[in-house]
Write a protein that binds this ligand. Structure first.
Ligand SMILES: [Zn+2]
Length: 263
């Protein structure tokens, strides 16, 4: 199967797609788009694996989101079973999300689950799909994530992955790149100009495009449900920001996804 485009982060496992998923996947097939469907807990991770078994366009990422369930705990039992599946290409989405909290106990809960997943991914030789969301006007969650990742990287040479929906500064980007982590950008870059500088800064071979569907719909589809085929708009925007031609960027991003996620 030809795969011209890879949307490295979507949530086709959510109810937003329950009524028409086969049509969504048919549109992907027509445009040669494949996607990584990302879990946020045991149930959505299981669903991601199920979709990956049913559709060749779909791969799965399994793990525990930092704030989707504020009572979530790390459970290696279900994660081990799912991670062993041949269609699972990453662990996550995991990380730190301080957007709605400044409670030290909550931050500690998040960092415990995050550290456990880093160790899990490293020992299973799988890349991480990172979710980082700082308090408004700061880089706090990224700084704490990087401190944990830099420490874990000294202990495990296999720590690697991608920072999804990157909203960090250039200095934060530089630290992720130094750890050999790629950065992915969503449809927001098609209508908000504040990401242009960091998109320009990151080498094209360390970038991915993602839809985060059903959220963050790019231009010209804003106001409607997002879906993986719209990744073509995001790739085109990355090419425009970088001043390269679209076909060159598409081919490099395709290769990046192959290198990082192994398909
Ligand atoms: Zn997500």
């Amino acid at each position: 199967m030809e795969r011209a485009y890879v949307d490295i982060h979507s949530h086709l496992n959510l109810e937003h797609f329950a009524h028409d998923l086969p049509e969504v996947v048919m549109r992907m097939r027509a445009q040669q788009v494949c996607t990584i469907v990302v879990g946020v807990d045991a149930a959505t991770s299981q669903k991601a694996v199920l979709l990956a078994e049913n559709y060749p366009e779909i791969y799965a990422c399994v793990g525990i989101h930092p704030v989707d369930d504020l009572h979530a705990v790390f459970d290696p039992d279900w994660l081990s079973v799912l991670a062993a599946h041949e269609r699972v290409v990453a662990i996550g989405e995991c990380g730190l999300d301080y957007y709605r909290t400044d409670d030290p106990n909550e931050k500690k809960r998040q960092s415990n689950i995050f550290s456990a997943q880093i160790e899990f991914a490293a020992t299973h030789s799988l890349p991480l799909m990172l979710h980082g969301r700082p308090t408004r006007g700061t880089m706090d969650a990224y700084e704490d994530m990087l401190a944990i990742l830099e420490d874990m990287s000294r202990r495990y040479s296999t720590v690697r992955g991608n920072a999804h929906f990157f909203v960090g500064s250039i200095p934060i980007a530089r630290r992720f790149l130094a750890l050999n982590f790629t950065l992915s950008f969503p449809g927001v870059i098609t209508f908000a100009r504040e990401y242009d500088e960091v998109v320009q800064y990151v080498p094209v071979d360390m970038l991915h495009a993602e839809t985060d569907a059903p959220y963050a719909t790019p231009e010209p589809y804003r106001g409607t449900r997002n879906e993986p085929v719209y990744v073509t708009e995001i790739v085109a925007k990355i090419a425009q920001i970088k001043g390269h031609d679209v076909e060159t960027v598409r081919a490099v991003l395709r290769e990046n996804a192959r290198r990082v996620f192994g398909f």
